[in-house]
Design a protein around this ligand. Sequence first.
Ligand code: IVH
Length: 697
Amino acid sequence: MYSKEEEKKLYEQAKALIEKLPGNNEKAAQSLRDVIVYADWKYYVQSEPVFSDFEYDTLFKKLKELETAHPELVTSDSPTQRVALGLSEKFPPVSHLVPMLSLDNTYNAEDLLDWDRKCKELAGDVPIEYCVEPKYDGASISLIYEDGKLVRGATRGDGVMGEEITINIKQIKSVPLSAAFMRYGVQTVEIRGECVIHKDVFAAFNAQRAAEGLAPLANPRNAASGTLRILDPREVGKRGLTAILYQVSYYTLSGEIPKELHTHYDTIQWLYNLGFPTPTKEMRKFNRIEDVIDFCAAFEEKRDTLPFEVDGLVIKVNDFALQDKMGMTSHHPRWAVAYKFKARQATSKLRRVEFQVGRTGTITPVAKIDPVHIGGVTVTSISLFNEDVVREKDLHIGDTVLVERAGDVIPYIVKPLAELRDGSEEKIKFPSHCPVCNSQLVKTEGEAAWRCDNVNCPTQVVERIIHYVSKDAMDIRNLGGANVLKFFELGLLKDIPGIYHLDWGKIKALEGFGEKSINNLQTSIENSKKQTLNRLIYGLGIRYVGETTAKTLANAVTNLKDLYDWDVEKLTSLEDIGPKVATSVAHFFSQEENRHMLDVLEQEGVNMVNTLKGQAPTDGAFSGKTFLFTGTLHKFKRSEAEELVESKGGAILSGVSSKLNYLVVGEDAGSKLEKAKKLGSVTILSEDEFEELLNAM
Ligand code: IVH
């Protein structure tokens, strides 16, 4: 896409633009567009960011301001044009330029040998070269570029007609809004691919939904296809979708067929060089089906190490002339086949449903099923989230259920197999009273969950303390769930402030609490008093307040108690805080018992102050320096180490590149360390050395 020299030039160009824009507005706008397109490509396609968020935002803001002052400078492929206002009404049906076919499936070596034999018959007496690439488990999309500009994006639909979702496709930052097709005489081109959500983005999204009391989405595939059809493009933009393009299905030309468009392999390389995200890194070429089979087996082994979900591999005949000769059925091409990995689905019996009480009183139905082995783990318990989910799926006790467990995703029940019912199945009864404290359960209008409203319900109290001490909150190591429960049951710990005045005399008398473990416990309790404010806010377990919202709140105040004066209106003025979250926060801080708890925590010496506030990031000792952490850290939590760097004005990069100054290496560091060593320009630090550097600054 870019040569080394071009990259260097664009990097320097960006730095210069941050300082000062050229006097000629047209030139300035073009120059800003070029560097932002480059920054997006580095970030979203290469995963090797070169600019800090601050630098990127500055460039973007400058372009926006320039375009607002001079609307005639706006081009349809300007990065600012991804940002959409308003809602889509619906997605009109559109026909694909050529039908989007499906793929035939194979499941083992024998199937692949059969397919290879058929290919050879169809191809006649010529050697066949095969390309193998991942089968991405997402939602298929089709893009049309005319004269180099993205003019239409569509879903697959029924393969003949799809839905026009151009505005949502433009929210996918890895999809170029324009590309140099004209340089090859390509006028109209239709490109196919898959829209996916990376597993870590999906996990974070579900964690946020859980914090907001919403049922998590089942898997990244459903999340991707659902997101593509959201009517609010801004919401689409927030979901972190990405795409991988794997086929040029149609094109018109002004001249000869470019040499790049004779084989699948070269076409993918060509798309990559034009700036598209493609399977380039994972794709392989083979002359023998036996080698394809070996590759498939090896790839399946490492499927979980990929950042996105794959459900198999796709094997394609490389040569397009041969593809044409082999042709297609009405359902699938004969020149391609899917090799499907072992299913991550299995069936089991639903034996009973238990009702668990959560930290905020939410009652969660949990399905207990006969043990079943899926994707390397035995599953016996599956959350059913809430009553609506149970009713929608029409689950009954005694049902045979289809269970799925995809990659790192928590298992879930896809559906009951209603056709296997024999009439002995029973309806699932929801309790009217809390299974722990027997209080009458309540349900707020518009919410799916039943709740126990008794704040003194013993399970809620214990869960609140466990949440407070957890790794992502106050991180009081050694005081895990089991100890909290034990101390609670023995009457040694009644509430969160109780952590800070435990009766050590009594604890010493307990079995398993020697001097060393007591010392460790006391140290981590003492250390927790110095935790940052966002961790304290998260640890308070306010309904709907996850880690992100806690950070937003912490950043907005100097002292936690400032929040006593914030009403719903003021809270909703903060980014990403809606009325539901704001109401919950305002309610929490208005409650006398919560204020009392915070008073006690303060008296005990727990930090209530935003220690990071007011430190302009660029003034810090790490100002202008870039860091990346890799491998497992032992002294710091990764987010903590990153916060420290940022608080001192440094920037965190997400990949190793020539712009990286320091790579901090934990245990089992892999390819990033190799790459940094190869580059030679990166200073490699152990965790201890990083700590020294921090202290020295
Ligand atoms: S090629 C005409 N390549 O799998 C053949 N498809 O089960 C077009 N898919 O509808 C498909 N990764 O959505 C191709 N690398 C890949 C793919 C891929 C995922 C999807 C695609 C297709 C479905 C068929």
